[in-house]
Design a protein around this ligand. Structure first.
Ligand code: AMP
Length: 650
């Protein structure tokens, strides 16, 4: 079916703190931005005269000035009676009263609002963002809710949608949405690829070879129950933690989930880490400048901001320095290392793992039964969190998508399926374009070629080009062309702190692994030092079938010139390395050799250098000049060996 013929269905993550709207088509899901390119709408509404005066950023920024009319965390009151909401009332500065049927209501001035009415204001704002972004009217939405929401809370969410003028076509559990964003539930994990037959029955294509894949592959009937997957969704935000264990099964209208267990902690999140850093800084300041030093409320907020910024930097870097000017010539400066932070937050991470174990026990499962782990929430960007979760569940967690956006993206995927964008168009059963990395000189080394079946794996060895190089950039690319400039960047990362070694000595093993869901994991390991780094990306996102076809066509059209360009890059690099080597040997043993011979070598070097420097050298002539230089230096190499043997003999 043609997606254009259908009205797009929005995916909405209606969150406690933030809300987002997304849409999906066959190029994958994407977030729809609001005014000024904002991707996130804080779930905050300021009310005046019975209507929203400000929604989102503006309302949040001025919340302190209008504590009684700024409503936040409304999600905690959705579908709740006043009695159930008692636990959250303490920290809500606005007034909550009892409405009909003992329900919780918000009171601002003399007006009373139901939680769905407030949520509807947020939904209406997101609807207007989406309509402006797509340039058309939209009515239908998939809205997400926590897996533990009961019927009343789900109904309240539907009511909010209706009040916002939306047709809520489905309510989806947040963890299920996160899994859908990664395509989990569409495809069988272990044995191959699931597709639908013309008669509607499901078929399984087991490990089809690329050439077989072109025609109509032989089908094996497969009962739908066999393709359910067990997954865990680990959601660690700013203030709360949730773990959900689900069984996901693929059907015609998207995934059907069965929530096996949920666990969590409403007081566990990134804010705790900020607090630990603040406490560390304040204790050190007191130790240095005197126990009497006071921190007024204004500076407390500044400390929290410093702490959060430091924490975020330590997710990317090995260390971060804070400098705080306390006035009167007192300056506090401190470098915090990632190792130090990791030690400090270990018990905090352990608390979340304990919830995970509890959820596993409740589901009567062991960690090894979990096939996939999906990471949600900003705090999952902390590398130590990712590592600990991977170790507990014995599998590398999914992190390729932005953990703040993944729920909305998945809601959009569900929306697209319901809108009639065929599932087969949303996922790929073969790798559509080759995958590789950038090598010296702007060429691409392809590790996995186009049309390889999924899952796929490839490993290759690389090394450094510069003496004593300690960092190596790994630039992951997609495309059929030979040069970086003609391929599509999928992601970049750095392998850092390799011990300095001569060029060419480090052994960097790069592994590409595309799993059954089409997620690409690229890992680089320097084998002598054991240093490692990795990245996860989704090669299919942002690529339509038409674009794949165009890129393929272009690669045929440019095949010859590309080959030449790649060959020239290789020739230049090899020539430079050869010259560097010859020069080293000349320095060592040149004086043992007749000057005419040394002159001959110099002439060869000059000739090759001419090709290196030429703008558009003839590759064949270049290659021939290198071969000549190579032959001419045999005697030099022999002299070097003789010298080495003599020196070793001494
Ligand atoms: P969420 O509630 O999902 O928006 O998550 C917000 C939390 O994630 C806050 O505590 C942020 O400080 C934290 N956070 C965001 N980015 C990072 C990062 N790169 N490293 C560590 N924590 C982060």
């Amino acid at each position: 079916m043609n997606a254009e013929a259908h009205e797009p269905i929005m995916g909405i993550d209606l969150g406690t703190t933030n809300s987002l709207v997304a849409v999906a088509d066959e190029t994958g899901p994407r977030i729809l931005e609001g005014p000024g390119g904002r991707r996130i709408l804080p779930s905050v509404v300021r009310l005046r005269d019975g209507a929203p005066e400000a929604i989102g950023d503006e309302a949040r920024r001025h919340a302190v000035e209008h504590p009684q009319r700024t409503v936040f965390s409304i999600k905690r009151l959705m579908g709740k009676g006043l009695a159930d909401a008692a636990g959250v009332l303490d920290y809500l500065p606005y007034e909550v009263v009892e409405g009909e049927h003992e329900t919780a209501r918000v009171k601002v001035d003399d007006q009373v609002f139901s939680p769905p009415q407030i949520s509807a204001m947020i939904l209406r704002e997101l609807k207007s963002w989406a309509e402006a972004a797509l340039g058309r009217e939209l009515r239908k939405a998939v809205v997400t809710v926590p897996a533990y929401f009961d019927d009343a809370q789900r109904q309240a969410t539907r009511d909010a949608g209706r009040l916002a003028g939306l047709d809520v076509v489905r309510i989806v559990n947040e963890p299920t949405a996160a899994a859908l964003a990664y395509g989990i539930g569409f495809r069988d994990q272990g044995s191959g690829i699931v597709r639908k037959n013309k008669d509607g029955s499901l078929v399984l294509h087991a490990k089809i070879k690329p050439e077989v894949c072109v025609g109509e592959p032989s089908a094996i009937r497969h009962p739908p129950s066999a393709i359910a997957q067990t997954i865990a969704v680990y959601d660690l935000g700013g203030g709360t933690f949730d773990i959900s264990i689900l069984r996901l099964q693929h059907t015609d209208s998207g995934a059907v989930d069965q929530v096996l267990s949920t666990a969590g902690d409403t007081h566990l999140g990134g804010d705790d880490v900020d607090r630990m850093i603040v406490e560390l800084m304040q204790a050190e300041i007191r130790a240095k400048f005197g126990a009497h030093i006071d921190f007024p409320p204004g500076t407390r907020q500044a400390f929290r901001n410093f702490a959060e910024a430091t924490k975020i930097r330590l997710s990317q870097q090995e260390q971060a320095t804070v400098e705080i000017d306390l006035g009167e010539g007192r300056v506090y400066q401190r470098t915090i290392t990632r190792v130090e932070l990791e030690k400090m937050i270990q018990p905090w991470i352990e608390r979340s793992l304990e919830c995970c174990r509890r959820a596993l026990r409740a589901a009567k499962l062991s960690p090894g039964d979990i096939e996939r782990v999906v990471m949600v929430g900003g705090s999952t960007r902390i590398p130590a969190v990712n590592r600990a979760v991977g170790e507990l569940f014995e599998t590398e967690p999914y992190t390729a998508l932005n953990p703040d956006e993944v729920v909305a993206l998945g809601a959009a995927v569900q929306g697209a399926i319901l809108a009639g964008v065929h599932r087969d168009r949303l996922l790929l059963d073969v790798i559509p374009l080759s995958l590789g990395i950038e090598t010296m000189g702007g060429a691409v080394a392809k590790l996995i070629t186009a049309n390889s079946t999924i899952p796929a794996r490839a490993t290759e060895m690389f090394s450094t080009y510069t003496e004593g190089q300690t960092n190596v950039k790994i630039h992951v690319l997609q495309g059929e062309r030979e040069l970086v400039k003609d391929c599509r960047t999928l992601g970049q990362f750095e392998l850092r702190n390799i011990p300095p070694m001569p060029a060419g000595l480090p052994k960097i093993e790069v592994t590409f692994l595309v799993d059954a869901n089409g997620i690409l994991n690229v890992r680089a390991v320097e084998q002598r030092s054991g240093r490692r780094a990795s990245i996860q990306v989704i090669p299919s996102h942002g690529l339509s079938r038409d674009e794949v076809d165009r890129l393929e066509r272009e690669s045929f059209e440019h095949a010859r010139e590309d080959m030449t360009a790649h060959r020239l890059i290789d020739l230049r690099l090899n020539a430079q390395l050869d010259i560097r080597n010859i020069r080293k040997q000349l320095d060592r043993v040149g004086s043992d050799l007749p000057p005419e011979y040394v002159k001959q070598i110099e002439d060869h070097i000059a000739a090759v250098r001419g090709f290196i420097d030429a703008e558009n050298p003839d590759a064949d002539a270049f290659g021939a000049a290198m071969t000549k230089m190579d032959h001419a230096t045999i005697r030099l190499a022999e002299a070097a060996i003789t010298r080495t043997l003599r020196e070793e003999g001494n």
